[in-house]
Every structure is written in structure tokens, then in C-alpha cells.
Ligand binder design. Structure first.
Ligand code: PLP
Length: 406
């Protein structure tokens, strides 16, 4: 077991082994965050291009989130999901006003929102059975997709082995190839109820679904009376320069899930659907913390920022600036280019040096750089959406320095 060195020496009061071992963490404890910067227990600063895994869409601890938490915590924190509360109604109204959806169910994580989407599709497939009168329940998903870490969402994910890792798991998720309509068509049976995809595959390596593919998928699902589900947990909430990534393709899905950026760093997620698909009945869906006013008040504060005039355009502009910078870096260092949408981008390294780059960037002095390598031959960039051009330049300079030293 390759555990990091016990941090007790540097962080004396506690034993890090009190935490269940689930991953190798660097021997650092982050104690403070502001905007694009994090500070560790030694006072070293890091330019943070992870932002909690594309979660802090407004950077670390923005004023508007501090204010929303403080103000709402003094009013009411959780009256119970069995009662209405004002922030949840307001946030749901804002989301439906700015999307093609009519109804919102709030959840606490992306995986939970996706579980809800799977349940909703299966319920709809019960109400709309096949010609033989049988329930439809199969949901076509995609190789390299990521939908979460619950038993059902692991089965839905297109990571090799994930559908059986904790067997017996949830069956009914045949896998197609992204941007290959024939591969979807070939999987449609009289049990199929939906197709679910990420408009930009995030964990799979930042692979956008083409607008042509999204449009033909919408036509195909309509033709076969299937639901079209988009998992926008990573690509939604302004990340691509559109408020929602499906808007890049000019299609209207039936169901969408949101997570990560919607809470700007706090646990908040959402399941949205059209009226025609809103088939849950009392008892079908719920959750103790779902739609609590403390988190939905933060969601309002975040969405208000994203909707300010010019904000989404600035994401598009900075996405383009980052793209040009990455292409230039790729050309000078002999790498293989880049891909992505808006401020969700990947640099193609051409060889499996991602892990080494991540480590060397973190260890840069006097300030470190936090990067992510979802695959050994890729780096992924997911800054705060309000990152500045100067911070983009700074990241590119630091990254060039690391690659030069390799
Ligand atoms: C992160 C992610 C999830 C899972 O969200 P959690 O909040 O970690 O449960 C699901 N789908 C996509 C596309 C994601 O990027």
C-alpha cells in the first residue's frame, strides 16, 4: 500500500490515518483559498487550476458565497425537504427560466442527480412501455463517460471494469461510442428508454460531442421515442461559455443533470426535466438534505454572477485565449495540440508524462501550480470561470518551465 508519509510530523495535532485510505494524497494540507490561489500548511502558495475539480466556478471563497452562507444561516438552515423554502423555489425558477426545462429536483452530488435521472427515465419507461407491453429500462451510455461513483452511476460510466467492480451492480447500460451515431442505433432494442451522455466528456479526457452528433442524437431519440439525457455536472453552469453545454448544439434534451459549478464549491446538484417527463409521484424520490435553503441560497448567488451581462462572453473569450496559449505551447514544445470547449480544455502531451508534470508543477518554487492529468498523456484545465488573462499567462509560463525541465 503506497500511502503518503504520515503527516503527523508536519501537522502535529492530528493523525491523517484517521481518514479512510482511498487515494494517494500529496503530503500537504491546504488551509486557505482565495480566487485562483491556495495556501498550504507551510504558507506556500499555489496557482490552482483544479479548483476542487471544476467545482469553484468563481474561485476559492468568493465574497458572494460567503455572504449567501452567512445571511441564509441566520434565517433558516433546513426546515426539511417536506416543506417549501424560498431559496430553492427561487433557484429552481431561475434555472427553468434560463433553460429548456420546466422542473427541478435538487440533490447533493452529481452522482445523486444522475441516479435521479436514471430513476426518472425508468419510471417514464414504465408509463410508456414497448409494443409488447413491457417496461423499457435500458439507457445507452458511452465509452469513456463518467457519471459518478454510486453503484448505478458506476455501471452507467464507460470506464473499463466499472460496471462489475462491486458486482452485483445495476444492469441496463449498454455502451456506444461518442460521435458515432451508428454505434448508438445498433444498441437500440425494445427495452431502450433513453440515451445519456456528457456534452463534453470530462473525466474521459475533455472530448466534446460534436454539434452534428448532438443534433442527430436528438432526432434519433425522438424517432424511437427515447429520452435524451445530458449529464452537465462538469460541462454545465457556464463552463463552456454557454450557460448549459447543450446550447452549443442548439438541441433541447428531455433531462439534464447539474453539479460541480452549480454550488461554486458547496455540495449542490440538480436534476432538471421537461413537463412531459416529470412523472415522479410522491414516494418515488427525495432526500434529507435535498433543496435545503443554505445550499440553494449559494446556488442563487453563483447563478446571479454567471448571468451578469458579459460574464459568459468573457468565459468564451478567455477559453479562446487559453486555447491559443496552449496551441503555442504545444507547437514550441513539440506536443500534440489541444481540445475542449470554453474553460474546459485539455493539452495532448503525446506521451505518458502527465503525472510527472503534475508533480513537478506542484513542487515549483516559490509558488506551485496545481494541475490535473485525467489520463497519462493529457493535462486538463478547469480554472475558475473568473480567472484573469494574467493568471492564464502565469499558468502557461509555469507549465512551459516544467515541460522544459522534463
Ligand atoms: C464529477 C462528475 C459526476 C459526479 O459528481 P459527484 O458530485 O462527484 O457525485 C458526474 N458526472 C460528471 C460528468 C462529472 O464530471
Amino acid at each position: 500500500m503506497n500511502k503518503p508519509e504520515n503527516l503527523a510530523k508536519t501537522f502535529e495535532r492530528y493523525d491523517t490515518d484517521a481518514l479512510l485510505y482511498i487515494t494517494n494524497r500529496p503530503p500537504l494540507v491546504f488551509t486557505q483559498g482565495e480566487g485562483m490561489w491556495l495556501t498550504d500548511h507551510n504558507g506556500k502558495r499555489y496557482l490552482d487550476w483544479l479548483q476542487g475539480w471544476a467545482v469553484n466556478c468563481l474561485g476559492h471563497s468568493p465574497q458572494c458565497i460567503q455572504a449567501a452562507l452567512t445571511t441564509q444561516s441566520k434565517k433558516v438552515i433546513n426546515p426539511s425537504p417536506a416543506f417549501y423554502n424560498e431559496p430553492s423555489i427561487q433557484l429552481a425558477s431561475m434555472l427553468t427560466e434560463h433553460s429548456c426545462f420546466d422542473r427541478v429536483f435538487f440533490a447533493n452530488s452529481g452522482a445523486e442527480a444522475n441516479e435521479g435521472a436514471i430513476k426518472l427515465a425508468r419510471k417514464w419507461g414504465k408509463i410508456h412501455p414497448n409494443a409488447a407491453g413491457e417496461n423499457r429500462y435500458e439507457i445507452i451510455t458511452f465509452n469513456h463517460s463518467f457519471h459518478g461513483r454510486t453503484l448505478a452511476t458506476m455501471s452507467a460510466s464507460g470506464k473499463a471494469g466499472w460496471d462489475t467492480m462491486f458486482a452485483p451492480q445495476v444492469p441496463g447500460f449498454p455502451k456506444a461510442e461518442l460521435n458515432d451515431l451508428a454505434s448508438v442505433e445498433a444498441l437500440i432494442t425494445n427495452k431502450t428508454v433513453a440515451v445519456m451522455l456528457e456534452p463534453v466528456q470530462g473525466e474521459g479526457g475533455v472530448i466534446p460531442a460534436s454539434p452534428a452528433f448532438m443534433q442527430s442524437l436528438r432526432a434519433l431519440t425522438k424517432h424511437h421515442e427515447l429520452l435524451f439525457i445530458v449529464d452537465e455536472v462538469q460541462a454545465g453552469m457556464g463552463r463552456t461559455g454557454k450557460l448549459f453545454a447543450y446550447q452549443l448544439s442548439d438541441v433541447e434534451p428531455d433531462i439534464m443533470t447539474l453539479g460541480k459549478g452549480i454550488g461554486g464549491g458547496v455540495p449542490l446538484a440538480a436534476l432538471l426535466c421537461t413537463e412531459a417527463v416529470a412523472v415522479f409521484e410522491p414516494g418515488d424520490q427525495g432526500g434529507t438534505y435535498n433543496g435545503n435553503p443554505l445550499m440553494t441560497a449559494v446556488g442563487i448567488a453563483v447563478l446571479e454572477e454567471l448571468l451578469k451581462p458579459g460574464f459568459l462572453q468573457s468565459v468564451t473569450n478567455k477559453g479562446e485565449y487559453l486555447k491559443q496559449g496552449l496551441l503555442k505551447l504545444s507547437a514550441t514544445q513539440g506536443l500534440e495540440g489541444e481540445r475542449g470547449e470554453g474553460l474546459l480544455r485539455a493539452l495532448k502531451l503525446g506521451s505518458p508524462i502527465g503525472g510527472k508534470i503534475v508533480e513537478m508543477a506542484r513542487d515549483l518554487e516559490p509558488a506551485g501550480l496545481l494541475l490535473n492529468s485525467p489520463r497519462p498523456e493529457l493535462l486538463r484545465f478547469m480554472p475558475a470561470l473568473n480567472v484573469t488573462v494574467a493568471e492564464i499567462d502565469q499558468m502557461l509560463a509555469m507549465l512551459s518551465e516544467v515541460i522544459r525541465r522534463l
